[in-house]
Every structure is written in structure tokens, then in C-alpha cells.
Write a protein that binds this ligand. Structure first.
Ligand code: ADP
Length: 229
């Protein structure tokens, strides 16, 4: 078996006040998994996502993603790691409303210095695959929530990330759009994309995840793998 794509060893994260957000956490995530992280508000889900994305550092322990010690990166190296290895999708899409759909999707490639022509081919391929090619020249404000989330997913996939991180990706969507985004995530995972998502949406976890991890008070309360999705 290949090394896990995420290896978290004895990680604790404490803030100045209150109990630790994460306590002695150990977690291996295999390539190809779709891991849904569940748990009540304040259980440490966002903290875990931030540590994996290199946006925050643990107080103790190590976080290794795709062979890289993320907890030891400098700020510049951490930004480069996110650009090159991680795709991120957020509850409120985080698209730039002054840019067209295409230019939003091109951003990560542009920041990585990929030639525009080559990046445009990749963007066109992604927009086509995600069923939003007709909106290439539109501005995000004209799109529905579900379509905006599709644009956000296209942008996240632009640099072929080893890991797609999603923070409540259906949290701002109506039930039809949420079902659409669920279907999209399932399809991406079936094509081999490793996904880690944080959600309150039990339907999303149930339908999309190959494994669910439930946190309570910064600890793993339940860890279940599903043979068949
Ligand atoms: P969740 O995403 O599951 O709602 P979080 O990871 O956001 O949980 O928070 C876990 C715990 O850490 C909570 O008790 C929260 O109040 C605390 N916490 C999170 N971020 C900070 C911060 N920047 N400063 C102090 N405490 C924080």
C-alpha cells in the first residue's frame, strides 16, 4: 500500500483560552478517499482543515500531506504548497465578482506562472466537464448558487491538486443545488480525486463519503469506512 496522502501524528492545537481545539489526534487518509469530517460546532473541524491546508500550525505533533511536512513550512512555502497541491472550496464560493468565470478559474494557474494559453485549455476542459462551459464569459453574480459552486470547484481543480478540501460546500445552497454539488463531488471522487470535506450536511456525508470521521471536543469520536457508497 502506498503512503497515506495525509498523516497526522499526535496533533494537539491549543489556543490561549479554553480547552484545546484538537487533542492528541492521529489520522491517516489514503489516496482516493472521500473523507467527511462531521461533528458539532466547536468540535475542531475547521481547525483540522486549517492545519491540513497549512493555514495554521499545531501546538504539538506533525501534519504530513503528500510527503510534505506542512507544519514546518514557512509562510511562502505554505502558500506555494496550497497553490500547487491543494484545491479549496468554501461555503460562500469565494469567487471574485469582478472577474469572469474563466478568469476566476484561471487564477491559480496564473499565480503559478503557467502560460495563459495552456491554462485556458485546461480551464475550458474543466468548465466543459463541470457542465458550465456556456458561462465561460459570464460574471459570477449572474449565476445560481449551484453554478457558482461548480465554478469554485473548477478553480480548485485547476492545478490538479493532490487533495481537494471543501468547507461546508453545500452550506449556502438550496436542496436542488446541494444535490447537484453532491453529485459532482461523488463523480470527482469516482475519477480518483481525494477529497476531504467538513460538513453539517448528513446527506452529503452519507452520499459522498467513503469514510466519515466524527469529532467531539477535538477528539475522534467515530471513524467509519464504507465498503460501498
Ligand atoms: P468547528 O469547526 O468544529 O466548529 P473549530 O475548529 O472552529 O470547530 O473550533 C474548535 C474550538 O477551538 C472551539 O472551542 C473554538 O472556540 C476554538 N477556536 C477556534 N479558533 C480559535 C481561535 N482563533 N482562537 C481561540 N479559540 C479558537
Amino acid at each position: 500500500m502506498t503512503a497515506p496522502i495525509i498523516e497526522i501524528r499526535d496533533v494537539s492545537k491549543a489556543y490561549d483560552v479554553g480547552r484545546p481545539a484538537l487533542a492528541d489526534l492521529n489520522l491517516d487518509v489514503q489516496e482516493g478517499d472521500a473523507l467527511a469530517v462531521l461533528g458539532p460546532s466547536g468540535s475542531g473541524k475547521s481547525t483540522l482543515l486549517n492545519l491540513i491546508a497549512g493555514l495554521d500550525k499545531p501546538s504539538r505533533g506533525s501534519v504530513t500531506v503528500a510527503g510534505l511536512r506542512v507544519d514546518e513550512l514557512t509562510e511562502t512555502a505554505s502558500a506555494e504548497y496550497r497553490r500547487a497541491r491543494i484545491g479549496m472550496v468554501f461555503q460562500f464560493f469565494n469567487l471574485l465578482d469582478d472577474l469572469t468565470v474563466e478568469d476566476n478559474v484561471l487564477l491559480p494557474a496564473q499565480l503559478s506562472g503557467i502560460p495563459r494559453g495552456k491554462a485556458q485549455l485546461r480551464a475550458a476542459e474543466l468548465l466543459d466537464r463541470l457542465g458550465i462551459a456556456r458561462h465561460t464569459r459570464a460574471f459570477p453574480g449572474r449565476l445560481s448558487g449551484g453554478e457558482r459552486q461548480r465554478v469554485a470547484v473548477a478553480r480548485a481543480l485547476m492545478n490538479r491538486p493532490a487533495l481537494l478540501l471543501a468547507d461546508e460546500p453545500t452550506g449556502a445552497l438550496d436542496s436542488v443545488a446541494a444535490a447537484d454539488v453532491r453529485a459532482l463531488l461523488i463523480e470527482l471522487n469516482a475519477d480518483g480525486q481525494t477529497i476531504l470535506l467538513v460538513t453539517h450536511d448528513v446527506a452529503l456525508a452519507r452520499s459522498c463519503a467513503t469514510r466519515t470521521l466524527e469529532l467531539v471536543d477535538g477528539k475522534v469520536f467515530r471513524d467509519e469506512r464504507r465498503a460501498v457508497r
